[in-house]
Design a binder for this molecule. Structure first.
Ligand code: ZN
Length: 249
């Protein structure tokens, strides 16, 4: 039976001379892998290979118990033509695709996260490279939250002392999953001293849109470290994000 859904292409693999195996993050079916037969032929029904970060309406078949479906139609509604011309935006798009792939399970729907991902792609398309970092950080918070892995930032993870702007020093521990106060930091080998501004933004994500680039870079470094800890493996797209965000002004 044919099914319809909306999806974002988050992984592509060449399969034979002319076909692709694609993973989509879809609105109603969650993560879904399909074969797009003949997609690489110039005159295929998909009008050329499907690229990462492309979103659109899809028609596919998937038998019960099977892991790989067959894509029969794909009508792109978002190509990301502008984001593909911007180095940082494009790499943030790839980074988001990798995160979505790593944090979601096959056929486990997360419609809210799907909307967040579409919104993020639109922001990448519309914003200049030097305005993207807050959106990237908010996207990661949304994803971590949806996956139940958001760090605890409203109190010290150890003694539960409520977060306050007047703490004299602020620490973050990936293994402890959140903020750590000065009295407890010695118990966490991997703790990192962070700036007060960074701690405030972790505590209240609404502040992220207004903070300066230095703090955003600090937060993004911390998030990559934290996500790597959760996944227990490095992300393939992370080194490029770290490299590019340091040269943005
Ligand atoms: Zn404490």
């Amino acid at each position: 039976m044919l099914k319809k859904d909306k999806g974002i292409c988050i992984r592509t693999t060449d399969y034979s001379e002319s076909s692709q195996i694609l993973t989509f993050f879809t609105a109603q079916n969650g993560k879904l892998s399909v074969i797009a037969k003949g997609a690489k032929k110039p005159k295929s029904s998909f009008s050329g290979p499907i690229e990462l970060c492309t979103a659109g309406d899809m028609v596919f078949s998937l038998r019960d118990g099977e892991k790989l479906g067959t894509l029969t139609e794909f009508n792109p509604t978002f190509f990301g033509f502008t984001l593909r011309k911007k180095l940082f935006a494009l790499n943030c798009g790839f980074f988001a695709c990798e995160l979505l792939n790593l944090f979601t399970k096959e056929l486990d729907p997360h419609p809210t996260m799907f909307n967040e991902a579409v919104l993020f792609l639109q922001r990448l398309e519309e914003s200049p490279d030097n305005k993207i970092l807050p959106f990237l950080i908010l996207f990661q918070f949304a994803l971590l939250s949806e996956a139940g892995s958001k760090p605890l930032c409203d109190c010290c993870v150890n003694c539960k002392k409520k977060f306050a702007n007047n703490w004299r020093e602020f620490f973050f521990s990936s293994s402890g999953n959140g903020l750590v106060c000065r009295d407890c930091e010695s118990a966490f080998i991997d703790k990192k001293k962070i700036s007060g501004e960074c701690a405030k933004c972790l505590n209240q994500s609404a502040k992220i849109s207004n903070c300066d680039n230095k703090v955003l870079v600090e937060m993004q470094n911390l998030l990559i470290e934290y996500i790597t800890h959760i996944l227990e493996r490095p992300m393939r797209t992370a080194p490029m994000i770290l490299k590019l965000m340091n040269v943005l002004k």
